[in-house]
Design a protein around this ligand. Sequence first.
Ligand code: NAD
Length: 345
Amino acid sequence: MPVFGDQDFDNHEQVVFAADPETGLRAIIAIHDTTRGPALGGCRMWAYADEQSAINDALRLSRGMTYKNALADLPLGGGKSVIIGDARTAKTAGLMAAMGRAVDALGGRYVVAEDVGTTVEDIEVIRRHTNHVAGVAHGGGDPSPATAFGVFSGIRAAVEHKLRRTSLDGVRVAVQGLGHVGQNLCRHLAGEGAKLYVSDIWPENVARVVEEHGATAVDPDAIYGVDADVFAPCALGAVINDDTLPRLSVSIVAGAANNQLAEDRHGVELARRGILYAPDYVINAGGVISISHEREPGGYDRERAFRHVARIHDTLKLIIERAEREGVPTNLAADRIAQERFRPH
Ligand SMILES: NC(=O)c1ccc[n+]([C@@H]2O[C@H](COP(=O)([O-])OP(=O)(O)OC[C@H]3O[C@@H](n4cnc5c(N)ncnc54)[C@H](O)[C@@H]3O)[C@@H](O)[C@H]2O)c1
């Protein structure tokens, strides 16, 4: 297995393999970059097909956190951990305790938070064994409201730039996915008078948003072709791909889902078609911004945290201006700005 030459390795500072035979823990903790501060990133528990997939996932995700935390202007680097195992059947308090001890052994270089397959309750168990945690019950709690507010701030910036409109009144937004983030986002958008088109695979989620906000229900597969101003993916990754791109009839793509572009070239294609793409990792950073505020002296202050989240608006404008100046797609401009922030020389 080649390591240092692997594309995903990308000069990781440290990668730790942690095992605890008693509890069955098999975990990988990846610390990509600590130039800006301790490496903050979630702990994912997943039944990976093989160990190599787990390693690659940890490396890719931790690298992504360096970029995300830098663009969110956090005094934090990027890291991520993965536990190999099925979260529904293999998770025990003992396993989480062992994970806590593994995190603690890194002395604060890595700060753990929840992710796919782990919950705030799991982080509470981990917290009994290490102080290096974020996203705990007494702090910011569920990050989704902050994530939704960040996406809302990003949509505002994109609409101001692309549509030259300072208000969202009458702006048509197609929202895909009405889960924790999507529903909160719809509330913000409706509050400003936006016209909503919504889809979810669960009819009860759709019915709720239709009733609460007067949204128009759209079949899951039809959401890509809705004639609207903004498409806000809030469900799945890779939704901007060869199949969906020709169907889009919007001026802006701006949503919460991670890894919306199936490949980087789809960012180029969006730009070529004149569709403004708000890089996902920039506008969905509200949750991580919020939980990072638990580390502030004096503890978590919701208002201060949300003021920081609102700055996503200005960050997105900075990225758009850079993209225009350098003639590159917004996803590339975002990466360049992030790199300058964690690799200043
Ligand atoms: N929760 C956060 O703070 C946060 C932070 C950053 C990124 N994200 C990303 O944002 C997205 C949404 O997060 P969430 O916490 O709201 O998740 P969630 O699981 O609560 O909601 C996702 C919703 O999408 C729906 N869905 C699934 N497939 C669909 C499809 N094909 N068409 C339409 N709807 C579909 C699901 O039924 C569900 O209601 C995810 O991609 C997540 O990784 C979330």
